[in-house]
Design a protein around this ligand. Structure first.
Ligand code: SAH
Length: 346
């Protein structure tokens, strides 16, 4: 049996250069091919028009390009676009393009399914199948960048890791994808325009601070009371708020960058006075802002968005304590593209 061909995109630029040199060609050829693979997002060796036919054939014999394919695309009434992305092994993840007047944001997945069990999130119904590779994350972004140019006439401006999966449980690959996204040879995007959203893995938050990462951190908090948080995010039993808090203090000391807390208010769950007070207190540990997210119902109505009055109470209490608060409306609900709705339904 012939040995399985290697995914050429698993090679660094240096390794590609070495490959060409070892095969009697110029190292420079590696740069050309690397550019095709990354900044031009080529799917086929045949497209590499500035390398000779013989070289292309040689590449074909040795490698494959494990590129993702956009399997299907849906467009919402509000302009949101959802891609179902087929990976080389047939598994599917979803990513979303969210346009506003001034920018377009990509919401990308980091895992196929998710190992966390957040009771309000549709992705939690899919068990975690595997981590995405750096190039599979990169490809989702590149595909959305193309759609942004096509539909909105400008390049993608922001990225949020708020699709399927828990990015900090696939930390190394997420970091590698961001390196590629921000590098001039990739998409050349500023890390300041990238936000990684996590349910909060304290050890990895500290590691990110040590690694001196330049992107933004968002934490899906949803409750600042352990008992409540554990009931909706069972993962909190393993990493309770005290540890989360310590890691966030560490993050801020090292990076001096404000943290965003994502927070959904549900009737009967976190709509009491003590819930609001606990959030206000939690917000005092490090400079932060709070995004109150509209809840996207996912099924039988176990969870209900709290009343506008409750949400106003949250807002006024936070503002009274000089904490920045925004209310985030959901986008793309009609095509199941909103936060927490990604579940490969199609
Ligand atoms: N695992 C990561 C990223 C994926 S979830 C994290 O927890 O942050 C992305 C965001 O969507 C999180 O803030 C999450 O709490 C929120 N979310 C999940 N289900 C939701 C739902 N049904 N309605 C609104 N937001 C939801």
């Amino acid at each position: 049996m012939k040995p399985k061909k290697k995914d050429i995109r698993a090679l660094s630029k240096e390794q590609l250069r070495d490959f060409f040199e070892a095969n009697g060609d110029k190292a420079f050829r590696g740069n050309q091919v690397y550019e095709w693979l990354w900044s031009k997002s080529t799917h086929s060796f045949d497209d590499m028009t500035n390398v000779s036919k013989a070289t292309r054939e040689m590449l074909q014999e040795n490698f494959v390009i494990n590129h993702v394919e956009v399997d299907s695309m849906q467009r919402s009434k509000d302009g949101t676009v959802k891609n179902a992305v087929r990976l080389h092994d047939g598994l599917i993840v979803e990513s979303v393009l969210i346009p506003t007047d001034t920018r377009t944001t990509a919401c990308v997945s980091s895992q196929v399914g998710c190992s966390l069990d957040c009771k309000f999130c549709a992705t939690s119904r899919l068990k975690r199948m595997r981590n995405l590779n750096p190039d599979e994350i990169y490809d989702q972004v590149a595909a959305i960048n193309k759609e942004s140019l096509l539909y909105y006439n400008h390049k993608l401006s922001n990225i949020v890791f708020m699709g399927m999966g828990e990015p900090l449980m696939n930390y190394n690959n997420v970091i590698k994808s961001i390196e590629k996204i921000t590098s001039p040879e990739g998409l050349g995007m500023s890390p300041k325009r990238i936000t990684v959203s996590t349910s909060g893995v304290p050890k990895i938050i500290k590691k990110m601070a040590d690694d001196d990462v330049k992107f933004n951190l968002a934490v899906s908090l949803h409750s600042a009371i352990d008992e409540v948080r554990t009931s909706i995010m069972p993962f909190n039993a393993t990493f309770p708020l005290k540890e989360l808090k310590e890691s966030l203090v560490y993050w801020y000391e090292k990076t001096q960058r404000r943290i965003t807390y994502e927070y959904i208010v549900w009737g009967g769950i976190n709509d009491r006075k003590e819930d609001i007070e606990a959030l206000v207190n939690f917000c005092k540990y490090v400079p932060c802002k709070v995004n109150l997210i509209e809840y996207n119902p996912i099924d039988d109505g176990e969870f209900q968005q709290a009343s506008p009055q409750t949400i106003n109470n949250y807002i006024s209490n936070l503002e009274m304590n000089d904490i920045i608060v925004n209310v985030r409306r959901s986008r793309g609900k009609d095509i199941d593209a909103a936060c927490g709705q990604l579940a490969n339904k199609s």
